[in-house]
Design a protein around this ligand. Structure first.
Ligand SMILES: [Zn+2]
Length: 414
């Protein structure tokens, strides 16, 4: 009984120690992970500006690599032209040699015929062969014929050797040409991959430079309009300034769902392409009003980007949760960063037509790309990649008909 008591004391002591040990370490920095202070935001901005410089250097390096590869291709093309010329020369040399061999064969046959037919072949004159003078003459002629034949045989052998040499040289050159073709194809592939790394192909993708400009506008808004203190969190500072709402509405009055959220496969420039579509596409009449989907504050605007055109991002507080909505391929925008908007505010007009919005390479027809993420631009994230990391299917909060379905108002439930 005593022992049991002792054991239970020990167990209890160990338990207390474990509890002590498992109490989480209290971090020095106890700032809400979802909201940063103005000071932190400014520090992030400085970091991102340094990154921008690094990225620019990297882009320059990529461009230099592309140029070097292009130069290599030029050299290969030159080499190929030289090889083609060499092959031509060798081919015509072979032809000439073959002709010469044929000519020599004819010549020697003629010689043999001449000597053999006139002196040996004629049976009527056979008796003369036995005269000493004629016999000597016969032997002499035979010797000449033999010598000539031997000479020509040697010459033909020599020509044949040259022909086979030329043929192997031609083969060698053909192999070299094949090698050069492969090398050229490799370089072209490399160039196109490098060019893709420079070019944005994802709908809405941004330059770091543009993202930094957007962050600067946010800092300016917090600092000068909202008068945020340096060590106050942005959430604290913007409380009450972000108008609350209870629902999201479709951004246009009349349209059709032309593309769903998620992975999709489609034809681009005649080629099957696959990507993840981070939004819902609403096609509709070009130039119609585009509205804020819910009450909020305009957080970022990107003008005439090469993949997304004019884009507006709005910060929201819907049912107590922070969101950001994005509207791409706009013909124009009628708001500015910091504007307080309601769900009936016109923020711009529908664009996306390659005929009019010629700067936008990522739209094939008039439509609005509507996209949504959790958190606010300029607080929880400050970049396209940050936005995409928090992106979700708009259908989770927005009513829209099925793919291909049309609507004629902003609120009807489907
Ligand atoms: Zn889209």
């Amino acid at each position: 009984m005593k022992l049991l008591k002792k054991v239970s004391y020990i167990v209890f002591a160990l338990f207390i120690m474990l509890v002590e040990l498992s109490v989480p370490y209290k971090p020095q920095d106890n700032v809400d992970a979802n909201s940063m202070t103005l000071r932190q935001l400014k520090a992030k901005l400085a970091e991102e500006e340094a990154e921008l410089q690094a990225n620019k250097n990297k882009q320059n390096q990529t461009q230099a690599e592309i140029n070097a590869s292009k130069k290599k291709i030029e050299q290969i093309t030159e080499e190929k032209t030289e090889i083609a010329k060499e092959v031509d020369d060798l081919t015509s040399e072979i032809e000439t040699l073959n002709k010469e061999i044929v000519g020599m064969n004819v010549e020697i046959e003629d010689i043999i015929k001449y000597y053999q037919i006139s002196e040996i072949g004629d049976s009527a004159e056979l008796e003369y062969l036995f005269s000493a003078e004629d016999f000597t003459d016969f032997i002499y002629r035979m010797a000449i014929t033999e010598q000539l034949t031997e000479y020509n045989d040697n010459k033909i052998k020599e020509y044949n050797k040259k022909i086979s040499e030329n043929e192997s040289k031609t083969k060698e050159l053909a192999n070299k040409r094949k090698e050069l073709n492969n090398k050229e194809a490799e370089l072209e592939k490399y160039i196109s991959s490098q060019q893709t790394s420079l070019k944005k192909t994802m709908d809405g993708a941004l330059d770091i430079e543009d993202e930094i400009k957007a962050t600067k506008k946010q800092v300016d808004l917090y600092e000068n309009t909202y008068k945020c203190k340096l060590d106050e969190t942005i959430d604290e500072c913007t409380a009450g300034k972000l108008p609350a709402d209870t629902a999201f509405y479709r951004p246009i009055v009349s349209g059709r769902v032309s593309s769903n959220y998620g992975k999709r496969t489609y034809k681009l420039n005649g080629r099957w392409t696959s990507d993840f579509h981070y939004g819902l596409d609403f096609s509709g009449s070009h130039g119609q009003n585009v509205y804020a989907s819910a009450n909020g504050v305009v957080a970022a605007i990107f003008k005439k980007t090469s993949c997304g055109g004019n884009m507006v991002y709005i910060n929201h507080l819907v049912n107590g949760k922070k969101y950001t909505t994005g509207y791409y391929h706009l013909q124009n925008y009628t708001v500015k960063v910091g504007d307080v908007v309601s769900s009936s505010t016109v923020i711009g007009h529908q664009g996306g037509s390659p005929k009019y919005e010629t700067w936008d390479g990522c739209s094939t027809g008039s439509h609005v790309h509507f996209t949504i993420s959790t958190g606010n631009w300029g607080n929880e994230f400050r970049s396209y990649s940050g936005f995409i990391a928090r992106n979700f299917n708009p259908r989770n909060v927005l009513n829209a008909p099925a793919l291909g379905g049309s609507f004629t108002n902003r609120t009807r439930k489907y």
